[in-house]
Design a protein around this ligand. Structure first.
Ligand SMILES: CC(C)(COP(=O)(O)OP(=O)(O)OC[C@H]1O[C@@H](n2cnc3c(N)ncnc32)[C@H](O)[C@@H]1OP(=O)(O)O)[C@@H](O)C(=O)NCCC(=O)NCCS
Length: 165
């Protein structure tokens, strides 16, 4: 039986990366296509989740994605992903996406997203994840907000199910 890795802080598994928006990432308005941004978000978020749990993790849901401002062709897309909250086998990852001027470095929030991942064992079954060590007020706030989002989503799913009975 495999051993559960020790608790980790969100910083231990955080991932940061940049992409350049090329013409084939653009929509017909000449700005970055939401689907391209979503793909980069899913990719970086799963890396943070897998670094936290130390094993395979799959996307269970994309819980929220806010497109705040459009990104132009040629801009850098700066993504940061961090585990906000963990349940028993699931992890909520928050992703901040900034658009960055490649010449001046000027940076502006373009998108935010929250995704849920589930850790899988060798039989592809959900398996427990390490606890989160919360070290800063920001990490505590993100944890509490993540918990609220997950509990609210479960409550909504329950209400929808009940309304169908
Ligand atoms: C995600 C998946 C592993 C969950 O399996 P399951 O047997 O339904 O899981 P369970 O009901 O035992 O729940 C396990 C955990 O997943 C969470 N979970 C299940 N479905 C979820 C969903 N849609 N959104 C968020 N969390 C979810 C549960 O809340 C639970 O969390 P907890 O242990 O922290 O309390 C399964 O649905 C799956 O394999 N989905 C396909 C994943 C995939 O192909 N993703 C795209 C490519 S990576």
């Amino acid at each position: 039986m495999s051993q559960l890795p020790p608790p980790k802080s969100p910083n231990n598994s955080a991932v940061e990366t940049r992409h350049v928006v090329m013409p084939d990432h653009a929509n017909h308005y000449g700005t970055a296509f939401g689907g391209a941004i979503m793909s980069w978000i899913d990719l970086i978020a799963v890396m943070a989740a897998q670094r936290h749990c130390g094993r395979e993790a799959v996307t269970a849901s994309i819980d929220r994605i806010n497109f705040i401002s459009p990104i132009q062709i040629g801009d850098y897309v700066h993504l940061k992903a961090m585990v906000n909250y963990v349940g028993k086998t699931s992890m909520e990852v928050g992703v901040q996406v900034n658009k960055e001027n490649p010449y001046t470095g000027e940076s502006l929030r373009a998108t935010t997203a929250y995704l849920s991942f589930v850790a899988l064992d060798g039989n592809k079954k959900p398996t427990p994840v390490p606890e989160l060590i919360l070290e800063t007020p920001t990490e505590i706030r993100r944890y509490e907000e993540g918990k609220l989002r997950i509990e609210t989503a479960k409550e909504l799913a329950r209400k929808i199910k009940d309304s169908r009975m």
